[in-house]
Design a protein around this ligand. Structure first.
Ligand code: PLP
Length: 443
């Protein structure tokens, strides 16, 4: 595959952007090599600057559940653009999307639109702290919630005690002081949760979790654990935030909350809700949401919040997803089952006699290649259970697949996304290519 134009663009990008990018993971640092510049996308495929075509399993990290440039979304957005892109005033487009969401999701009474998932989470934390008048937040190791200062935190090495793990900053620029009020707990560990709440309960405003963690591999949690978290927090007046920026509108229209019928106090959305344009949202009961300004005292604002183009794209995408009694989600599930079965039959046998193996972890249209030592069968539920050799082998798989025309996430810790434009033949082609690539790897 020739990538001359991509190479030239990369040199130019390196001159104008730190590390050549506007979001770090695009730089291919964890798989090595130079990134490929994408020129366009349609349906299942993206095309790079040199005209090479790839079957896309990244979906722009999740928003594109309908594939690239879906006809109805493009048409509606184009029509909206012709009417002007932003007014800094209230518009019908935002009301329509707000109504559609609150009418479709019984657990959402009010919503506030912002421009990214990060912003949604930032507001959710402020809202929780504002309501409870408490400073501390619980986050879980391996969950990602955008680049919010308070959550760019890892478990503090010297401070691990049964009483919870006060965090230390995980990025220069975030002073330890900022994360002093963050408790970092392991996932799937009720005892750690008990201890943290026992010791700090009255100071904790909220616990934020990706109920289906999908940012350090795909780490499905036991439903009983998520239920326990919600019940325990509720009994201590700690608000629960489900960060559904990835899982919202993906595990089904109602996301994790709707599917599992476990109800947090606040939900954050992003990605799919904007139909491929920049949107985030904070959602909850009227009682909770009315604490936001100007109804309540908790401040939040945004020049491009509720942007009419983004609202229009979001509405077009959500209408399509909700339509035909959820047929799109049933179709995506059938693709997921096909992928799982083909993996099981075609790829799993390749690991017989090897020291390592890959298992496919899947939930709805999300999947992850999970690396293990031979013979290990336990599901991975905590980030520390991911084997270190995953990154090295994944890097080889990633490049070999890219050269064969399959675009996967450029990191072993990231998930893959199926989209509704895909056909069974795309899944077949993917598994056939992956099979060849893995067969060529050393034992
Ligand atoms: N929350 C979750 C669960 C995410 O996966 C992400 C981004 O990947 C974010 C929040 C941040 O969203 P954004 O990148 O739109 O700021």
């Amino acid at each position: 595959m020739k990538r001359k134009r991509s190479e030239k663009l990369w040199k130019r990008a390196l001159r104008v952007f730190p590390g050549g990018v506007n979001s770090p993971v695009r730089a291919f640092k964890s798989v090595g090599g130079d990134p490929v510049f994408i020129n366009r996308g349609k349906g299942t495929h993206i095309v790079d600057a040199d005209g090479n075509k790839y079957l896309d399993f990244l979906s722009s990290w999740g928003p594109l559940i309908l594939g690239h440039a879906p006809r109805k979304v493009v048409k509606a957005t184009r029509r909206a653009a012709l009417k002007g892109s932003t007014f800094g005033a209230v518009t019908e487009a935002e009301v329509k999307l707000g109504e559609f969401i609150t009418e479709s999701l019984p657990f959402v009474e009010k919503v506030r639109f912002v421009s990214s998932g990060t912003e949604a989470v930032m507001t959710a934390l402020r809202l929780a702290r504002g309501i409870t008048q408490r400073p501390m937040v619980i986050k879980f190791e391996g969950c990602y919630h955008g680049h919010n200062d308070a959550l760019l935190a890892r478990a503090g090495s010297g401070l691990l005690t049964l009483s919870g793990n006060i965090a230390e900053s995980s990025s220069p620029g975030v002073p330890d002081d900022i994360v002093r009020n963050t408790l970092v707990l392991p996932l799937d560990d009720s005892a750690a949760l008990d201890a943290a709440i026992k010791n700090f309960g009255k100071q904790i405003a909220c616990a934020i979790i990706e109920p289906l963690p999908a940012n350090a591999g795909l780490l499905p949690q036991r439903k009983a654990y998520i239920e326990y978290l919600v019940t325990l927090c509720r009994s201590h007046n700690i608000l629960v935030i489900f960060d559904e920026v990835i899982s919202g509108f993906r595990l089904g229209f109602g996301g994790y909350t709707g599917r599992e019928q476990i109800f947090p106090d606040i939900i954050t959305y992003g990605k799919i809700i904007g139909g491929g344009l920049p949107v985030g949202a904070i959602a909850g009961s009227q009682k909770v949401m009315d604490h936001l300004a100007p109804q309540g005292p908790v401040y939040q604002a945004g020049t491009l919040s509720g942007n009419p183009l983004a609202m229009t794209a979001g509405l077009a995408a959500l209408e399509q997803l909700a339509g035909r009694r959820g047929a799109t989600y049933r179709y995506l599930e059938s693709l997921g089952v096909q992928l799982e079965t083909a993996f099981q039959n075609g790829i799993s046998p390749l690991f017989a006699g090897r020291d390592w193996q890959i298992r496919l972890v899947r939930d709805a249209s999300l999947f992850w290649l999970s690396f293990h030592n031979a013979g290990e069968t336990a599901p991975v539920r905590q980030v520390t259970q991911i084997v270190p050799f995953a990154a090295t082998i994944y890097a080889r798989i990633f490049h070999a697949m890219l050269d064969r025309g399959f675009y996967l996430a450029p990191s072993a810790y990231e998930v893959g996304f199926l989209n509704a434009a895909m056909k069974p033949r795309h899944i077949e082609a993917f598994v056939a290519a992956l099979k060849k690539v893995i067969a060529e790897l050393p034992d």
